[in-house]
Design a protein around this ligand. Structure first.
Ligand code: KG4
Ligand code: ZN
Length: 340
């Protein structure tokens, strides 16, 4: 019998619940939190409070949309970390209590593993979807992480490159802030870059060895460039907003693709995937498609809804653990940073 897995995600500012039947997704409900917009970034205390308010209705909706009763569930998978501890505690405590009351297993999921495993989600409307074969390369780019991994199995991501300072999403968000755009900035830059010239302005290129990334120099270069131009013309940003967004986006995407190409060349792996919030970016998706055609890679680009944080990917990672018989204990605790 195919298991029904409930996935719960609460690592940052989205409360999400999803139900999988086998690898087919039945529902994926996401409640965002607008409270953070006024502060230009996620305020951890507000995030925890909003998760508390959202968790019960979001799980109820996910079960309703999946048209199942909670008693039909086979297991509950929940994000254990990394993320904001107060936010994670809401999801993990809820999942522990529900699994105890239903007498079904609890599964801990690492958020970064889940972003990668999002590529295995299938829906009944697209049952033949092509999924990656192991090993494949995955560039995971989110608000808190930027890494290239050789994915040898569901929970065997061998990280061969990572950022030594800012994450790619963080760089998008900080650049957006410099340009006076509201949070979350990555999406705004993506939208405003449409029609802009990606080569209008050049920023400093990150120079770092191996497959690692560094974005702090690029961020500073954007900051100083804009500050100097505003001195000459206070309306500089407004006059060139589209070109500025396109150029910032181009600089970040070029840096991401450079190391991904090098990693593919070095490993000889031809299956190349992107994951995480920044994989929603139009320019990154286009650059990966173009590189795939040029290099003969098979590329895997997640649907937009599975790029940013969602519980469908948590349920999917939960399904892999369920099949391996790998379950959690009530004594396990959430973690803000990866322990491995
Ligand atoms: O994976 P995610 O939803 O949450 C984390 O685990 O961090 O990623 C959020 C990040 C934010 O920095 C956001 O600005 C960025 O992903 N992001 C984008 C786009 N959509 C989300 N960055 C660039 N272009 C986008 N379209
Ligand atoms: Zn994420």
């Amino acid at each position: 019998m195919k298991p029904y897995i409930l996935g719960i995600e609460s690592s940052c500012d989205d409360t999400s619940a999803a139900v999988l039947h086998g690898e087919f997704l039945l529902s994926n409900v996401i409640a965002g939190q607008e409270v953070h917009q006024a502060y230009g970034g996620v305020v951890p205390e507000f995030a925890s409070r909003a998760h508390q308010q959202n968790i019960v209705p979001v799980v109820d909706q996910a079960l309703q949309q999946a048209k199942i009763h909670k008693k039909q569930l086979s297991a509950i998978a929940c994000t254990q970390g990394p993320g904001l501890l107060g936010s994670l505690l809401v999801g993990t405590s809820f999942a522990k209590a529900l699994s105890l009351s239903l007498g079904i297993p609890l599964i801990n999921v690492d958020h970064m593993d889940a972003h990668i495993l999002a590529h295995f989600i299938r829906t009944e409307s697209n049952p033949e979807k092509k999924v990656p074969e192991f090993p494949f390369l995955c560039l995971t780019v989110s608000g808190g992480h930027t890494q290239i991994a050789v994915v040898n199995g569901p929970f065997q991501a061998d990280v061969i490159g990572r950022t030594i300072d800012d994450a790619a999403g963080e760089t998008f968000d900080k650049a957006a802030k410099i340009l006076g755009l509201p949070y979350p900035g990555g999406v705004m830059i993506d939208k405003l870059a449409v029609g802009g010239n990606p080569r209008a302005f050049a920023f400093s290129e990150p120079r770092i060895a191996g497959f690692d990334y560094s974005f702090s120099g690029l961020k500073t270069s954007i900051l100083y460039f804009v500050r100097d131009r505003i001195k000459e013309d206070p309306d500089f940003i407004q006059k060139h907003l589209s070109d500025l967004c396109a150029s910032v986006q181009h600089a970040i995407v070029a840096a991401l693709m450079k190391k991904l190409r090098a990693a593919a060349k070095h490993t000889g792996i031809k299956g190349v995937a992107i994951a995480g919030g920044v994989s929603a970016n139009t320019a990154l998706r286009a650059a990966l498609t173009a590189a795939g055609q040029e290099q003969g890679w098979t590329v895997f680009i997640p649907e937009l809804i599975y790029s940013t944080d969602n519980a469908a990917m948590i349920a999917m990672a939960g399904l892999f653990s369920y099949r391996e018989g790998h379950f959690a204990n009530q004594g396990d605790t959430a973690y803000a940073r990866k322990m491995k």
